[in-house]
Design a protein around this ligand. Sequence first.
Ligand code: SF4
Length: 1393
Amino acid sequence: MSPVPRVVYALSDVLLFQPVSPFAGLPSSPSHSPTIVPIPASADPGPALLFHAQSARLVSLIAAGNPALVANLILHLAELANKPVVLHLTAEDDLSDVLLLRPAVPYFLLSSSAQQAHDNALLASRLARSEHKLVVHVYNPALSEDSLEDISEEKLRAFLVNPSPSGTANSVNGTPSVLQQLYKSYEAAALATLSLVRRPFRPLVVKGTPNPHTVVFTLGLNDIHVPVDGVTFVSVALMSPLPSARILSAIPESVSRVVVLEQIHRWSVKWTPLYMDVVSALQDREYEQRPVVQTGLLGDTASLTEADVLKFLQSDPESSRLQLGALPSPVTASSIPPHIPKHELSYTKILSHLFDERLEISNSPSLVESQGEIATSPEFALGRVRGQLDERAELVSAVQDLLQSKGLDESLHTSLAKWLLARENAVESKALGASIVKSLQEAPPAHPSTARILALRGHFASVSRWIIGSDAWSYDLGASGLHHAIASGLNVNVLILDTLPYSSRNSADPTRRKHDVGLYAMNHGDVYVASVAVYSSYSQVLQALMEADKFNGPSVVLAYLPYESESASALQVLKETKIAVDTGYWPLYRWDPSKEALGKEPFSLDSDAVKNDLQQFLDRQNHLSQLVRSKPQLASELVSSLGESVKEARKKKAQQSYNELLTALDAPPLLVLYASDGGAAEKLAKRLANRGTARGLSTTIATLDSMSLESLAQEEYVAFVTSVAGQGEPPQNGRTFFKALNAAVARGDQMLTKLRYSVFGMGDSHYWPRPEDAQYYNRPGKDLDARLEKLGGERVAALGLGDDQDADGPQTGYKEWEPLLWKALGVDAIEVTEAEPEPITNEHIKAASRYLRGTILEGLDDTTTGAIAPSDGQLTKFHGIYQQDDRDIRDERQAQGVEPAYSFMIRVRMPGGVCKPDQWLQMDQIADEHGCGTFKITTRQTFQFHGVIKRHLKPAIQDINRVLLDTLAACGDVNRNVTCSSIPTLSKLHEKVYQFAKSVSEHLIPRTTAYHEIWLDKKQVAGEALKDFEPLYGDFYLPRKFKIAVAVPPNNDVDVFANDLGFIAVVDDNGELSGFNMTIGGGMGVTHGNKKTYPRIGDIIGFCTPEQGKYVAEKVMLVQRDNGNRADRKNARLKYTIDKMGLDVYKAEHHFMMFIENGRVQDEPGRDFKTGLREIAKVHKGVFRLTTNQHICISDIASEDLPEIKRLLAEYKLDNLEHSGLRLASSACVAFPTCGLAMAESERYLPILIDKVEKICEENGLRNDAIVMRMTGCPNGCARPMWQASPFDSGKPISSHMSSEVAFIGKAPGSYSMLLGGGYYGQRMNKIYRETVSEHEILAILTPMIKRYALERLEGERFGDFTIRAGYISPTVSGMKWYEGMGGEGEHREITA
Ligand code: SF4
């Protein structure tokens, strides 16, 4: 590593680097940790430098001194000149770029050896810090560091503490010039640095004979070590300030010839900087005493010999340009295409996909090789476009001329005329052009235009011209060339990528204004403008790019792509984008002036929130008044943007405070604050609040995160209730509060002196198997209690601890704690005579719902909130609808005082997963029109839509019903979607089994008419005269969900044993279906740490015929309805009923299977799977079968459609079967951001983990071996992590079963429980191997394990079986024994104390 980063790290307060961190591998210092700010490649570091220089004592940037960086920096030099900033710029063989900065910076240092770079880094830091001046230091990072003398870190730090102010120069002749002052300061700093390093600093390093005849000045990045008689070499170390006197002192009067050699290979003016300095210094000498001055190029001098130097000195003194040392080849000097950060490819890929060979990127990096680095600049690109357009116009006029000529062949005449009309049409212009060229070549008409047309034939095809650049162009619209593009009127498209992450926007310099290019361009009136974000709305990006291409004039597309560094994960980019769009920081919109001519509104707002300045612009425009008239609802959304919501929230808060004040006059106030993930702590807190009210206290209740520490400081009595999440962490809705609390404790604040409090914590003392993990038991409760005291709070009742392991669960501890609280509040003597209100449970909600109606209809009409009432939220599940909110932006919205971004998930009921093409097309459209643009295939063979907002719910459900599908009973405490094996090779049998599954589903469907009434606007049955009746479910429906699957051996892709009720088809010798063996009591859900819950394999209970099936299903379900546990939902599934009651009680053609990762049907850059499937649905006449492993089988393809479907599969890359066995067998649930129960990422993270585990498999030769790996965001088990997986046949017949051999269950962000040992054939459950692991630990565990498996596995042995044989984990023999042997076996057991 070059010594510069080490010095800089030790001395700076803030470090910026671009693009790769030079600080990796540096030992962290206990005493000094500078702020490190990565600057994305091609981004402008100027704003960040300016911002940090306001407060930091020393800011340093390490970056490659390339043209893009120099162009960015030049714009900021005037402002940076008087700031304590050092720019350490690297250069290897050419100073052309960095020297452009020299005229505008106070200090410019140059190092030509590693030791000098080390020392100059020290000197530069000292100068910048003591003088508050900008210093540029250029060095070559590749120089040898042999014999480098380093300075210890303590000495380095001490060096900069209180640097003595430099002396101000006293000019002999009065006031010193600026140059003199700067030079004096340099000398003072050099002297101080010398005392540390014991090496002198000289602006010019002179080596050679005392009375030379020749002096050779060198300005370069390496030294000349060759002594030559009569010659002195002067190496320049200080380019600015460089007084003439210093130069003259290096040229004794004996000298007759001066040669100035500079390592400058691209210089646009005739005279180079050092040459000019030397010549002007010599002007002070008498004319006769002036030596001859020559200029030349300095190349690589490392291998120079004395002979080389002598030869050089003997060269023609009249020669105007000399050269010493080998010059870099032009390839290394200028034709290396700039690096394009990987994230940016997401936009360029869309462009190439959309426009294919029509795409012309006018500043493409590929042009650098032929045109030099200038090729990537916007000015160059604009010039290129202008030239091309001129040539095309010339072609048009030549064609017109030719058309006028007489005797033209008729077909050529027609083609020419057609081309003129269709010349902007991408396809036709190209085809017609080709035919014209052919005709002209075969029989050239005798007309002067013929040759012109042939010379210009490259312009026949219509091209989409794009210039791509960064938001750095926005800082100076004029200098960047952007203004010229906008004002040019040319048909050119500009794509500007803005990479500044939303969360870092405050660390950029707020005083430096980046122009809103969108607004600027819109003000021009005739420019198409769009603001897009690929990670927010892919379809909007496509729409904008296509509109921009179509627009006949300049188009500007502003594209958001927030990332700190190239290593930022796609997930981080996605989250930053979502927050920016949701808050209005990055609004999505399109402005198409061509629409005005058609009488349409040019502005479309594609996201909900809009920036204030954009709002003002719109207000100013007449267009808005038209908009208000034409779309009143849109206008009100614009006006009531975020600012209004914040005001509203504040108003509400003020009202609430006022109410509190009034009630507080009557009784002492008690605030109950809770943090709860699973709902238990919330329930207890609500109960506590009710009991407080019953005792005459004025109680309020809120979540921990809704309270700031400042507000808490105003409270008097507060009771806290909290549970535990993950590894002793606070629950999600308490984390922000805990962070603030920890920070206040760290600061030593005493802000809660008014507070009187008591804490009740809930946890499980046996949750963690390892004794050393006992510390996590009730950790948040304990921490909260201790920290409140540290902040000055007074504990009025001792900490209460509820333990799941106690006889009465947490209630045991709670019963002891609560009386203490009442005593402290002085209300213990109050007798509560009224019965406490019974907590409302799901059972109450169901019973009172009037057969699933509740107040859903009223809730849908309420436009003041995006949510529905909590009790309705329980009921809509029966209608196939879940209320969710976007958890990625939850915190940001809370900080802004607006409600969470509510949306709904809709699940379709589709027995057997069979979907017709028209139904598929409808699903595709629903996702675009009502949802988030994508849809997901679930493990229960159906579709799920996410992100449907309230006002889209009804239209979405109506659209689903329009194609004869529905959502009734897709969720809720009823029989769910009946799944059935996908057996495309046995179509006849599949048809029978599918019909059977459908009949069971129809038989068990709820009979309430509420669904039709609410969603399909049907009238309530006979005006309520005739009451709804549920013959199967009754008023209370089932205690929990009920799942049925139908399997056809040898296929068990539906995981039949994992269902409440399973039917295993029995096929007779003729291949006919004779009946089913039945299994009951399977299920996978568990709750972390709740030993009353466990996964269970179903038991076989007997045989039934196809006709009996639905009645048997009914009876099994009714037994569960009447005997299931309704008091505890976690213990309510049939599996527990069976274990409670005992099993005896119950004994009374062409197909193509395609891989869709985690079932998500979406378009991504380069992977337009959603579009591809839509195109296939348009031609396919058979059906789509969804599989329970979230893939799709295109079934019954008609022979005549086969070629077209194959073509579409290939076009959209849907026929790619080259995935590893591991990936094909993987599966993940949705989890973040929409699932409210998710504790960790799943669908968005599993592919990233698979990438890494795939590498391990490949290294061990296991690329094609399927290891079944599954992941869920919580223990609910939506991707069956503990249980079986399903086969994937890669287009071949399915013939095997698999089981989840490695599984991960989310516990907290970034931590998972790891399970091993599942049976590949569905014969065995896996179990917990490690309680909590991070990615690092997962890879550390799997690397040796997979290696051992590759080396030691027996013939045909599956990974799950191997982990048991090799002694990692014991087999799970039954659900009730699931907890035995957790944590691994023998030497592989989690280390215990
Ligand atoms: S397993 Fe948990 S996190 Fe994943 S979707 Fe199901 S409930 Fe949500």
